[in-house]
Every structure is written in C-alpha cells, then in structure tokens.
Design a protein around this ligand. Structure first.
Ligand SMILES: O=C(O)c1cc(=O)[nH]c(=O)n1[C@@H]1O[C@H](COP(=O)(O)O)[C@@H](O)[C@H]1O
Length: 229
C-alpha cells in the first residue's frame, strides 16, 4: 500500500522542519504552491536530502512551450511526482512529459479539482457534461498524452481504473476522517472509502497538519487506508 501523501501546506521552512521533526520515518510529502512560492527549490532539495519522497504540486497550466521549459527546470529537482492541469490539453501534457524526459519524475494531471462541485463546473466552466464524465474524459486525455495518472476524487477513481488501467495512478485528495469538516472541499471521502473505491494514493493535509498530534493522526489515517483499522 502506498504511503498517504502529507500535504505540507505551510508558509515557511521553519514550520516544515518543526512538523517533520515529529516523525521518525520516511514520508511521502507534497510541496504545493504556498510553500514553493515562499521557499523555492532549496526547500525541496532539503526535504529530499532528509530521505522523504516528494510530490511537487505546482499544477502547471500554460502554453505547451512554456510548460515544457518549466518542466525541464523542475526535472533537475529529482522529485518523485509532479502535475499539470489536464484542462491545458493533450499537446500541453505531451510537452510537459517531454520536459521531464531523462528524469525519474512521474507526471499526473489534475482533472476537476476536489473543491469543485458539479453545479460549479456547469456554471463556472460551462461544461454541460456530468462532473463524473468530465473527470473521466480528462483522465482518458491524460492517458492518451502518455502521463502516469491523474488527480481526481475518490468518487471517480474506480471508473478511471476501469477506463485507463489499474496501473494508471489515481491520486485522491479531499480525504477526511468520518467526523471531520469538509472545509473548502466538495468531493470528499474517508481513507477507508479511498481504499475500497480504487484510489492508488491519498493526499491528506489539514487532517494531519492541523491536528494536535500530527504523528498520531497520520498513523490512524495510514492504518485506515491500509485496512488495519
Ligand atoms: O493537486 C492536488 O494535490 C489537489 C488537487 C485537488 O483536486 N484537490 C486538492 O485538494 N489538492 C491538494 O490536496 C491538498 C488537500 O488538503 P486538505 O483539504 O487540507 O486535506 C491541498 O494541498 C490541495 O492543494
């Protein structure tokens, strides 16, 4: 079972170091925009040197040439996983993949954000399809572009596995323990539902980072995800 990916949604290196010091094991962590825009590539190198796996979540979405060049730079960081928005199109996703060539970094595409509801998608994006079909469509486009998988919600993971193959990654944020608040997320699920409904990876932020005891919360989520609870 893949380790839960902890979203390090902090604004400083100091906060990250304090948080990571509570764990005595190698983790799979996500560095997103908040942290990367404050601390830059140096912190990514520092976390890597500590022995943790890294998902660099910058959600690139631009013209193919710009994304390819940006990915060429990110490839040098040696992260394990990074992402683009599938809405950038197949040509952009292919360019992103070219930019990463020669590196070990896996590439996935965000389909519809887990903070998006079907009503919002209809009204904000003027997409007439169901949210499920939109996510599935983006997943097929990501597969066509040669990507390693997608970011989706647990609710779409099984259908994507069926359409794109079991080895195609389904990285699912919006994970909450059963009694926790949804916050700004719309398509949420528990770690147990993620395991039963076809996720290959779960991404967990606030349920761990805002916990009184992050290591204990991580342990509990990890056990539920692995089927040990
Ligand atoms: O690409 C992502 O990681 C991502 C995609 C998505 O659709 N939804 C989503 O929540 N995320 C990220 O996953 C994390 C979820 O955080 P929590 O809601 O605090 O667990 C955040 O860092 C988001 O940026």
């Amino acid at each position: 079972m893949n380790k839960p990916i902890i979203a390090l949604d902090f604004s400083s290196k100091q906060q990250v170091e304090e948080f990571l010091s509570r764990f005595n094991e190698p983790l799979f962590v996500k560095v997103g925009m908040e942290l990367f825009y404050q601390e830059g590539p140096d912190l990514v190198r520092t976390i890597k040197a500590m022995g943790h796996d890294i998902f660099l979540d910058l959600k690139l979405h631009d013209i193919p040439n710009t994304v390819e060049s940006a990915m060429r730079g990110l490839a040098k960081l040696g992260v394990d996983l990074t992402n683009v928005h599938a809405a950038g199109g197949v040509e952009m996703m292919e360019a992103a993949k070219r930019g990463l060539s020669g590196s070990e970094t896996k590439l996935i595409a965000v389909t519809q954000l887990t903070s998006t509801s079907e009503e919002q998608m209809h009204s904000d994006q003027l997409i007439a399809a169901s949210l499920h079909d939109s996510v599935l469509h983006y997943a097929k486009k990501a597969k066509q572009a040669g990507l390693d998988g997608v970011v989706c919600s647990v609710l779409e993971a099984a259908a994507i596995s069926e359409a794109c193959g079991e080895s195609f990654m389904r990285v699912t944020p919006g994970i909450r323990p059963a009694d926790a608040a949804a916050d700004d997320q719309k398509r949420i699920a528990t770690p147990q539902e993620a395991r039963l409904k076809g996720s290959t990876h779960i991404v967990v932020g606030r349920a761990i980072t805002k916990s009184e005891n992050p290591a204990a919360s991580y342990g509990q989520i990890k056990n539920e995800w692995s089927g040990l609870l």
